[in-house]
Design a protein around this ligand. Structure first.
Ligand code: TEU
Ligand code: CA
Length: 538
């Protein structure tokens, strides 16, 4: 019988297919490209891959605008290609999970095209329409991508609701027909043999009544009407039942589910297996777009502690929505990337590695607006120009902290086009690929391999408890996982650690498992910039 909690010792790898590997020279990454790299992934040691959306889509929002839930977008290949990927991945013991985008569809989805036709169209109630005028929207709620969350339709004199772009109308989850369609689709993919889903923006499927008043426009205030709103339980319960039937692996992107609520979402009877917290990305970024390590550390510690008793975390440094961690939390150096790797890969939860993170891919040095690809970023840039910002300043502003950095093509080698494509890449390749590529920076990759191995082999790392020390230290990240002691200096200043002031039993013998320097454990440790160590009690 399968171990229900197999994912406790597993490591995931996130693939942004468009930028992973192009197999046919059209400049766009594709499914065959992923198949070509399965041996690479196997060698790295990951247990499953999560694919960002590859469904048929106008690609207004990187595929998060789906026009057909049952079709693979032609640019990625065909359903047959996908089936081959599934078979080959399973052959080498890698599971495959897909993105499940069910808060909204594309405005080009046949349901919406119908829905838009008239007020009495059978599909009208698949979406959220309300009376409006061209001057007055149903309420003052705003969308994540800026501007009103409503778009007025001249023809039917109503407005439809969207928490993201107007090209991504929200589905009406209250409509049982919509739910039935979604559940049918989920079963269809699970029947096909996929191993689970990453649930996109799942905490937004339930909305407050339209007359709900936004109390604060600061922080998370504007999102309160559609973040983890009461009533979402019934939908999550339905979903859970389907996932359980198939033993599907599920990881939720569930902003608004607070750390103290996340246990009940992710414990044995919870809706899903684990949650990506989004707080560590948004906490007090520095003015230059980099993150504050102390703010990051505090968020991580709180999630670890709040979920310790019964919940489960999804651990990550990077994804397709955030700049590269080596530049956000690190200082661009290989040493900083290594320290970051050690700091999060051994925490309690299931770690994810974002493509290229394992060999230190960096942010992109944007010099011209023609290098931008994401539509909402381009729109933001245009808006800033009309506010009289110079082109340079506007570009700086939209690229600081931008998701664009994560989406440049993978730098496989120092060959032409970084070995990503033989054609013209859809997005410019980072000019640093001659030094930063999977063949040149294997030192970092080897560290990831060892960390993955530790997760696979050591029960204390996969299922042990977690206990933090030096909680108020501004940059030292120190924790115990049962008999393991992990210490990382996440900064360039020296860190003095006196373990006599902690509950770490300093009279025990510690074996040095891995580290940036060869150093025995001492009760007083002085960690240089980005120094890290993992010790094991014997
Ligand atoms: O991101 C969604 C997302 O980040 C919000 O749900 C989040 O709750 C909000 O920004 C809180 O700060 C996902 C995808 O990862 C992203 O690429 C898509 O653009 C988006 O959904 C729309 O589908
Ligand atoms: Ca291609």
């Amino acid at each position: 019988k399968k171990n229900k909690n197999w994912f406790h010792s597993a490591v995931g790898y996130q693939i942004y297919p468009k930028s992973f590997k192009d197999s046919n020279g059209d400049g766009i990454g594709d499914i065959q490209g992923i198949i070509e790299k399965l041996t690479y992934l196997k060698k790295l040691g990951v247990d499953f891959i999560w694919l960002n959306p590859i469904y048929k889509s106008p690609q207004f929002d990187g595929g998060y605008d789906i026009a057909d839930y049952y079709a693979i977008d032609e640019m990625f290949g065909s359903l047959d290609d996908f089936k081959i990927l599934l078979t080959k991945a399973h052959e080498v013991g890698i599971k495959v999970i897909m993105d499940l985008v069910v808060n909204h569809t594309s405005d080009q989805h046949p349901w919406f095209l119908e829905s838009k036709k008239s007020k009495d169209n059978p599909y009208r109630d698949y979406y959220l329409w309300q009376e409006a005028t061209d001057k007055k929207m149903p309420n003052d709620w705003i969308s994540f991508f800026g501007g009103s969350a409503w778009t007025y339709d001249e023809a039917t004199r109503q407005a439809y609701f969207h928490v993201f772009a107007k090209e991504q109308p929200d589905l009406n989850w209250k409509n049982p027909k919509v739910r039935a369609e979604i559940y049918r689709m989920i079963r269809w993919w699970l029947e096909l043999g996929i191993d689970g889903f990453r649930l996109d923006a799942i905490s937004h499927i339930q909305k407050e009544p339209w007359d709900f008043k936004i109390k604060s426009w600061k922080g998370d205030g504007p999102w309160q009407p559609f973040m983890n709103v009461a009533g979402i339980e019934q939908y999550m319960d339905d979903l859970k039942k389907i996932f359980d039937e198939y033993g599907a692996l599920t990881v939720g992107e569930a902003s608004g589910v607070r750390s103290h609520q996340a246990s009940s979402w992710t414990n044995d009877s919870g809706y899903i297996n684990m949650i990506f917290e989004l707080e560590h990305n948004t906490r007090k970024p520095n003015s230059d777009g980099t993150g504050s390590i102390y703010a990051y550390k505090k968020v991580i510690m709180r999630w670890q502690e709040d979920l310790q008793a019964e919940g489960w975390n999804a651990l990550y440094l990077e994804n397709h929505d955030q700049p590269r961690s080596i530049d956000t939390f690190g200082d661009g150096s290989l040493e900083s990337a290594k320290a970051l790797a050690v700091s999060y890969m051994l925490l309690r939860g299931t770690p994810f590695i974002y493509q290229g993170q394992e060999f230190g891919m960096t942010n992109f040095p944007f010099t011209d607006s023609s290098q931008l690809r994401a539509e909402e970023v381009k729109n933001h840039y245009q808006a800033l120009l009309t506010e009289n910002l110079s082109a340079d300043d506007a570009l700086k502003k939209v690229t600081a902290g931008s998701r664009e950095h994560a989406r440049t093509p993978l730098q496989w080698s120092l060959d032409e086009n970084a070995g990503f494509t033989t054609g013209q890449s859809w997005m410019e390749i980072n000019p640093n690929f001659k030094t930063v590529n999977s063949e040149n920076l294997s030192e970092l990759t080897e560290l990831y391999q060892r960390l993955i191995q530790l997760r696979h082999d050591e029960k204390a790392i996969s299922d042990g408890s977690v206990r933090f020390h030096f909680a108020r230290h501004l940059q030292a990240f120190v924790y115990e996982r049962d008999e393991f002691l992990i210490m990382v200096n996440l900064g360039t200043k020296k860190a003095h650690l006196n373990f006599d002031t902690t509950s770490v039993s300093t009279d025990r013998n510690y074996q040095h498992i891995l580290g940036s320097a060869d150093r025995q454990f001492q009760t007083k440790m002085l960690l240089e910039a980005w120094e890290y160590h993992v010790y094991q009690k014997i």
